[in-house]
Design a protein around this ligand. Sequence first.
Ligand code: ATP
Ligand code: MG
Length: 418
Amino acid sequence: MDETTHLIGLLLGTEEDWPTAFETLVARLGPIDDGAGRRHHLATERITMEPFDLRYTPRYHLVVDRLAYWYFLPREWLKKVALMDDVYLLNSPFTFQSMEKHAAYCAMLRLGLKVPRTVLVPHKNPPDNARFAYTAAKYNQPFDLDAVASEVGYPLFMKPYDGGQWIGVSRIRDSAELHRAYDASGQRLMHLQASIEGYDVFARSLSIGAETMVMHFRPEEPMHDRYAVDHDFLSPQVGDEVLTISRLINAFFRWEFNSCESLVRGGEAYPIDYANASPDVALTSLHYYFPWAMSALLRWCAFCEVTGRRPRLDLDTRSYFEIGDREDLSYDEKLAAYRRLADDYFEVERYQDFCASRLPHVDEMVLDWVCSADFDRLLVDTVRATYPAHEHDRFVGHLRGLLGQWVRERGASPAWTP
Ligand SMILES: Nc1ncnc2c1ncn2[C@@H]1O[C@H](COP(=O)(O)OP(=O)(O)OP(=O)(O)O)[C@@H](O)[C@H]1O
Ligand SMILES: [Mg+2]
């Protein structure tokens, strides 16, 4: 039988937990028979930074990127390997560089999604550009910040148009808070966004390729307690709506590893944040959902490599807008039509068949690993690297408890003590 090895490159920052998990699972996976006479092997390697000739041929077939959002060198390297060598990327640096939160809001508004009212206001302090003063004096209209805020209505959220990690995000109740936050925003461009008050539930969904996990999120809790283990917190309809919105936005921008946030109130889903180039997949925050995330990443990488799925850098916005612009379709009908396009982009049906026929052993393999002493070592090392010494016992116990629950729900028992 013909043998092929696919090298998956990991472009990493400071994280050790999920890369170690992923590397372990890839090593345990074994060969995949594609049913057409070829046996495929996956391998991983951490990518290092060095000068590169634009004409060189990389060894990687697929790259999981967690770095290029912040640094230029890996970003430009990704563009080279995408444009010249057809390397499959999670995610495309092109759309993530140019399409931040703001672009996602704009696209979703045109598609008819329920983004809360959002206004972009000019920055407080001028950019560092000697020519700005002349241009601003000539062309920038004076504006009344209080009037804009009153139009949006209090309470509102002021947040960077391209933000992440809550940096610069504030909840504003009145004019005094508005001015304080605006004065502090400096050169950052800010949105004023109507607050969804008194929402019933915050749904945060993590998508990896054709899989999405919609999780109950509690932003008011400390990091390790934000994801609640909660299976039926949304009605089946709203759960499906949140999944559709997530898949839609990911297919629209070609994001294959992304987390999306919706606030649900009275059965309606309001999307508030849909562009996270490096979604949180830390063991300490995902806990119970961590084995799912690692399995999904493994399955999606295997699917892309073994089936030779082609990376798509081009967007297909027109097909979505043609649906969004129609006046004869209701919101639900539009969502159903977007869902077909998004499912098609992610080849959901083919992916599911692939998992069932080519990767039937993955669930068992992941369960074995989570039960092993090897996994417990990773858990303990991660806690030691994340928290101060006096909290180690508490967090080891917390994580073992949640992972122990995940294991027992699958009818197994771990080699370590939950
Ligand atoms: N329109 C809104 N209505 C109600 N709450 C909001 C709204 N916008 C933001 N928030 C709250 O503020 C938090 C941070 O906002 P947002 O997600 O937009 O910023 P972020 O910097 O991208 O944060 P993260 O990186 O955690 O996703 C949200 O998790 C939510 O709790
Ligand atoms: Mg957010």
